[in-house]
Design a protein around this ligand. Sequence first.
Ligand code: SAH
Length: 215
Amino acid sequence: MSEPDARVIQLVMSLRGQGVNDRHVLAAIERTPRQLFVPERFVDHAYDNRPLPIDCGQTISQPLIVGLMTQLLEIDDRCKVLEIGTGSGYQAAILSRLARRVYTIERYRTLAKEAEARFTALRLTNITPRIGDGTKGWPEQAPFDRIIVTAGAPVRPDTLLEQLKPDGIAVVPVDNDRGTQTLVRYRHESDDGLQGEPLMDVRFVPLVEGEAKAL
Ligand code: SAH
């Protein structure tokens, strides 16, 4: 691997100042060239701490949100992770550096294909991408140790949460009544069943049910 871009180091330092303090997560961000995940016209902004537009009217998430959500998942190298909303593939690439295996679903074929090409180029061989409706999860591969949804769910996504292992963790943006989403972390609390812990306000593109037409 070549030396990380100076801009990545700066980004990592700024994320650390904003609450991303897990060194494994920071190292994963440092090793992942975000400029390969953004459209050509935005490469100069690849290391700005902000979301950027990608194809199909979607967005690559803000690095701070990627860092915080990844940290909240407490991933180790035994984890089998499911991501809903591959988008550019950036979040999946970060996950792949920490987990044993990453399964990621995207409803737009164009995005899924572009992301897959990036995984191949970066030799991220432990990511399995798929085109389809992520709201149904991936029953053939369930259960998962961790689940991350990177699109705003209208309500608590029970179909997905049923695919979580008993000691698993899920992180999901769920629509609130302020027109944004509340990031919720779900885990099983002994006898009380699956508990949702509301953490912070976030803003994601919507999680849309069903297959995408065209694109
Ligand atoms: N994780 C992405 C950010 C994705 S933006 C990244 O790192 O770049 C959210 C993505 O979720 C969009 O690409 C959108 O098309 C996708 N999406 C929305 N609803 C979906 C669904 N039901 N199934 C799969 N993907 C979905």
